[in-house]
Write a protein that binds this ligand. Structure first.
Ligand code: ATP
Length: 384
């Protein structure tokens, strides 16, 4: 078990910078996710932690020890990669035993250790098989067992669930989270799947273009995103974001979209200094679940909309509307919207819940005002 400290870490490949000045501390025993789109630098960061890639600048400490330029085998790090890296000519038992053989453990010790992790991962019955005689789910279990067997200081996992079907992924998410808590070893997990990160992580590092944008709990990331990119990267369907003009109305303010006033909560306006944005165009954000739909207009549903697409998902209905020149997606329970028209072009009126609005800076995307109802249990920490 160990704390992982990354300070001012930079990785350049020629003139291209894959990781830009990253500084974070992962606590002992924490399950931390590196989340971001393809090419944002997640794998490069993980490979530097493993010692497979040397940093251009900066420092990496594991358990208080400077390992920045240490070779992988001196780091005591356990890893699972996307392709699992199992030896095809060896049985499952031999694959799992391999890291122990390298360390010259006795046969009895090896049998015991492999038996323990095999039981934990429920693969005892396939120990004599070769990797090509296993299902995708079993292969993944074997790869994890091989990572677990060596009592590493930290575990690193790079998209280990990408070969599993949706149902198995769901099961493994819960199982892996439970396992990590049970074993208690600091684990850093790379994924581009926001659902995986949101359901499993203690804390998430959201990356984009080599930058670490936010490092916080899933709830903070969801409710208090640092900027528009983080806000739209987590949550499915993604947050609606569109330009509005802030205008004063009496002692308060509204957000104007194509001539329609979207009411803002006066207390929220006051607490965030929104009145001082008078005349400014900013970006307004609202998640699909916080947009209410009606077939007739009223004070709370002022925004005229036309239905562009309807997508039933079973328990919920997703609608995509055109309103005020922008597209707005909504998510409602099937019961609530049972009687509503599903016809293309059908007229509707939308209401944006004033408790769940966000404002973003149109230039740099930074969050100017969080939703009034977002009350994250902790503040998380932005990377320095
Ligand atoms: P993915 O999910 O697609 O694996 P990622 O976030 O893990 O994406 P990285 O693999 O870390 O991304 O790559 C970050 C950037 O660095 C990419 O643009 C990639 O092309 C580049 N890169 C990675 N390794 C090298 C290398 N050895 N030489 C040159 N460029 C590299």
């Amino acid at each position: 078990m160990a704390e992982v400290r990354i300070s001012s870490l930079v990785k350049r490949f020629g003139s291209f910078t894959a990781v830009k000045d990253a500084s974070i501390t992962v606590n002992d025993g924490e399950f931390v996710f590196l989340l971001g789109p393809s090419g944002c630098g997640k794998t490069t960061t993980l490979r530097m932690l493993a010692g497979l890639e040397m940093p251009t600048e900066g420092r990496i400490e594991i358990g208080g020890r400077d390992v920045t330029y240490l070779r992988p085998r001196y780091r005591n790090v356990g890893m699972v990669f996307q392709d699992y890296g199992l030896y095809r000519h060896m049985t499952v038992f031999e694959n799992i035993a391999y890291p122990l053989r390298v360390r010259r453990m006795t046969r009895t010790q090896i049998r015991e250790k492999v038996g323990d992790v095999a039981r934990l991962m429920q693969i005892t019955e396939v120990l004599k098989r070769k990797p090509d005689q296993l299902s995708a789910g079993q292969l993944q279990r074997v790869a994890i067992a091989r990572m677990l067997v060596r009592d590493a200081d930290i575990f690193l996992m790079d998209e280990p669930m990408s070969h599993l079907d949706a149902q198995l992924r769901g099961l493994m998410r819960a199982e892996l989270r439970h396992l990590q808590k049970q074993i208690g070893t600091t684990t850093i997990f790379v994924t581009h799947d926001q659902l995986e990160a949101m359901t499993m992580a203690d804390r998430i590092i959201v990356m984009r273009g080599g930058h670490m944008l936010q490092f916080a709990t899933p709830r903070t990331i969801f409710e208090r995103p640092a900027n528009e990119f983080v806000a739209t990267f987590v949550g499915e369907p993604q947050m609606n974001v569109f330009p509005v003009r802030i205008e004063a109305r009496g002692s308060g303010a509204v957000a104007v979209l194509d001539g329609t006033d979207i009411p803002l909560d006066p207390a929220w306006v006051g607490a965030n200094g929104i009145a001082s944005m008078e005349g400014r165009t900013v970006r307004l954000g609202i998640r699909p679940e916080h947009v209410a739909i009606r077939e007739t207009a009223d004070e709370r549903h002022p925004l005229a909309a036309k239905l562009l697409a309807f997508e039933p998902t079973g328990a919920e209905n997703l609608y995509v509307f055109s309103a005020g020149g922008v597209e707005i997606t909504t998510r409602s329970s099937t019961d609530e919207t049972a009687s509503h028209s599903k016809e293309f072009g059908a007229p509707f009126h939308l209401g944006l819940d004033p408790n769940w609005l966000y404002l973003f800076d149109p230039d740099d995307g930074r969050t100017l005002a969080y939703a009034a109802s977002s009350r994250a249990d902790d503040e998380g920490s932005a990377p320095a």
